[in-house]
Write a protein that binds this ligand. Structure first.
Ligand code: TRP
Length: 334
């Protein structure tokens, strides 16, 4: 095994990506491509672990692809493709289903959350979702995986699966153990209405999130309406512990201006939140609206987007097939 670094990450196809997706994942993907080889995958096979309307799934794959491009992922540098068009993902997932253990999957907290109270009715796919995720990563022998903190447990499972494969088939170092790259600051972007909940496309009120496709007008309205605090901005983070909405606005501002939170707080301390809100609207509008416009423009030309995915899939498939040949051989498949 060489020590070549390779980044792999997957994003579920959803329409309307929001600021949380941008700051938590996409922006980081863009900067990683300057340092390493990167493969970014729209994980449509993961999406169907819960029912998706076929026409919506197709739209969402294209919109996620458009969001990749609009934020600055360069398809000539990085590989951008959709999971289902490289059949090796499904094939390796099957092999890994036979390596992974039921006891390991039973510990996955995301399954417990997603399956809800009636686990008997969850799809089998949802249960083995983490094995498919391991296959995504190991198919390319990726070494680094940028993910949100909520995927840490799945990534640890991928490492366990890689290790067990290497042991079972007597090939130490065959699969590198993938390293998680979890954003250092636990700066999760929270809902603008309830600072204890993650910003999410499933929250009912659209005032809870900034979408990448929002207009300048929508952004400033949403920030004006966002929950903050009636006291002025304090001079330390500790005083914000019980004020998650206020902390969230400051966090978003610090992320967008690339200043650390302490610095932002010390500069704004004593001021009303309306001052922060004006500044925040301005930086959001200047960073987000050009991305939104580009997404809309790209979505006007679907065949261009499909072409990018097709070319990406061809490149991904070459690496996948080469690795699969060796994997099949290790397992003893003809
Ligand atoms: N499960 C990830 C999520 O929901 C998406 C994903 C699928 C992924 N396969 C992956 C992330 C491989 C990193 C690597 O966010």
């Amino acid at each position: 095994m060489g020590n070549k670094k390779l980044v792999f990450s997957g994003v579920q196809p959803t329409g309307n990506l929001h600021l949380g997706n941008y700051l938590g994942a996409l922006k980081n993907f863009v900067s990683l491509q300057k340092e390493m080889e990167c493969i970014y995958c729209v994980v449509d096979l993961h999406a169907i672990t819960t029912f998706q309307k076929p026409s919506e799934l197709l739209e969402n794959v294209l919109e996620t692809t458009a969001s990749f491009l609009a934020t600055g992922i360069n398809p000539n540098k990085s590989i951008i493709f959709n999971q289902s068009s490289v059949s090796g993902h499904a094939e390796l997932a099957w092999i890994l289903n036979c390596v992974s253990r039921i006891g390991w999957l039973n510990r996955m907290t995301q399954f417990k959350d997603k399956a809800g109270s009636d686990k008997e009715k969850a799809s089998v796919g949802l249960y083995i979702y983490p094995n498919l995720m391991a296959a995504d990563i190991l198919l390319y022998k990726a070494t680094h995986v940028p993910v949100g903190a909520d995927q840490k447990q799945h990534l640890e499972l991928s490492r366990d699966i890689a290790q067990k494969f290497n042991n079972d088939f007597n090939c130490q170092d065959f699969f590198p153990l993938p390293e998680p790259m979890i954003p250092r600051k636990i700066s999760r972007i929270m809902s603008l209405r309830d600072g204890t909940k993650k910003m999410s496309k499933s929250e009912e009120s659209s005032y809870s999130r900034i979408n990448l496709k929002d207009t300048a007008d929508e952004i400033s309205k949403k920030i004006k309406k966002a929950k903050s605090d009636s006291d002025p901005i304090p001079d330390n983070i500790k005083s914000l512990e019980k004020k998650p909405e206020a902390l969230n606005l400051l966090t978003i501002y610090s992320e967008l201006t690339q200043n650390n939170l302490e610095k932002v707080i010390s500069e704004l301390s004593g001021k009303e939140y309306s001052v922060l809100k004006t500044k925040l609207s301005d930086v959001l509008i200047s960073e987000i609206t050009p991305i939104g416009k580009e997404i809309k423009k790209l979505l006007d030309n679907k065949s261009h987007l499909k072409n990018i995915l097709r070319k990406g899939s061809e490149k991904a498939n070459i690496i996948a097939e080469e690795n699969l040949k060796n994997i099949r051989e290790k397992v003893g498949l003809i």
